[in-house]
Design a protein. Structure first.
Length: 96
């Protein structure tokens, strides 16, 4: 999907294995001790597609003094557990 959309991919805290770090679209992990490059990139996002991510505090709270979570972006959250959809962050679309 990332290749088809030419979309950069950021991982969440402790899930660095969810996308190959050697891939040219990978930009690093978000959140706690994450990548400043990934945080700067997501701060500019119009749309965030969160696949299997609960959007919890370790992947969305400010880090390095940066408020990087894109407040104006449309958030699409997909998770197998419907209880986490929109639980922490407001979402535009949620799906299981």
């Amino acid at each position: 999907m990332a290749e088809r959309l030419h979309a950069p991919v950021a991982n969440s805290y402790l899930h660095n294995d969810s996308f190959p770090a050697s891939h040219p679209l990978w930009c690093g992990p978000l959140g706690y001790q994450g990548s400043k490059a990934a945080m700067n990139l997501i701060a500019q996002a119009d749309v965030v597609l969160a696949l299997g991510h609960p959007l919890g505090p370790f992947g969305t709270l400010p880090q390095y003094g940066m408020e990087y979570w894109p407040a104006g972006a449309k958030i699409i959250q997909v998770d197998v557990d419907p209880r986490v959809l929109g639980l922490v962050k407001s979402i535009s679309v949620g799906s299981t």
